[in-house]
Design a protein around this ligand. Structure first.
Ligand code: LIP
Length: 262
């Protein structure tokens, strides 16, 4: 790992998410009654707040460390050592005033994620991890469940318009047929944060981007969970499937999803 001061970067990111939360909450509070959402594509919301938070982060990084930044809204070089930010993950929820969204920030060195932070602004819940140092929720250690029975599990199956309807329905059907309670709440990052905190037991989505999941994959792994996410996506910046589970559910979840392909 190159010579980087992770502690200072971790502290900056911790402070940033709280500052950015003010921007997001003020935007929500000042939204006029006739406000209408904007779309980047079918069911793909984008708001001025997404762009404002990412811009603020880029300015903060430029004023402190001068690191490279790759973000959902303004892009950036997919460098091996850089910050990766989703300024508002769960934008569809944020756009509709549904209180289930977050800021997701990862810092990676040589394509290995070293820092991960997910801040659920509305509920003031900061999920965080440094590689090798465990995962926390508001500073307190968290861990995935030890559940071994998919029939007793709660599993999130994420959806986006990038996934054919039939493929999504098949995945949901197979996980339901395995006995799990299936949810879809609209934020990959919060799925991973909830998994790390033991609130759910598994998460699958057929198409996610690095900014959706890099912070969350580290937090889940540091909380004892297992993550299957195509490492090549870091270099190719293509959307890729992700499966994350409590440690004893990985085989059953993979089996359920593999039967989707039949
Ligand atoms: C969202 C992801 C979510 C996916 C949504 C969307 P965004 O990211 O977190 O898992 O199902 O379609 O892609 O756009 O809110 O940052």
């Amino acid at each position: 790992m190159t010579d980087v001061n992770l502690t200072e970067r971790f502290e900056m990111a911790n402070a940033f998410v709280k500052d950015a939360a003010v921007v997001a909450l003020e935007a929500l509070a000042s939204r006029p009654k006739d406000w209408t959402p904007s779309f980047k594509g079918p069911q793909d919301y984008v708001t001025a707040t997404d762009m404002a938070v990412e811009k603020l982060f880029r300015e903060r990084v430029a004023a402190t460390f001068g690191d490279d930044v790759m973000g959902e809204e303004a892009g950036g070089e997919n460098n091996s050592t850089c910050w990766v930010i989703d300024p508002i993950d769960g934008t569809a929820n944020f756009a509709r005033g549904i209180p289930h969204f977050c800021i997701s920030i990862a810092y990676r060195v040589n394509f290995q994620t070293e820092l991960g932070l997910i801040y659920d602004i509305v509920h003031d819940e900061l999920y965080a991890a440094r590689r090798g140092e465990g995962a926390t929720l508001n500073g307190k250690p968290i861990a995935t469940t030890t559940l071994a029975d998919l029939g007793a599990a709660t599993v999130e199956v994420g959806w986006s318009p990038r996934v054919p309807v039939e493929q999504y329905l098949a995945a949901v059907g197979q996980v339901l047929q395995a006995g799990a309670n299936v949810k879809r709440t609209g934020s990959a990052a919060l799925c991973l944060a909830y998994l790390a905190a033991g609130r759910i037991d598994g998460y699958f989505e057929a198409s996610v981007f690095p900014w959706d999941v890099l912070a969350g994959t580290l937090i889940v792994e540091e909380a004892g969970g297992l993550v299957s996410y195509d490492p090549a996506v870091d270099t190719a910046l293509r959307n890729s499937p992700i499966m994350a589970t409590a440690p004893k559910l990985a085989a059953a979840m993979r089996q359920a999803l593999s039967s989707t392909k039949e």
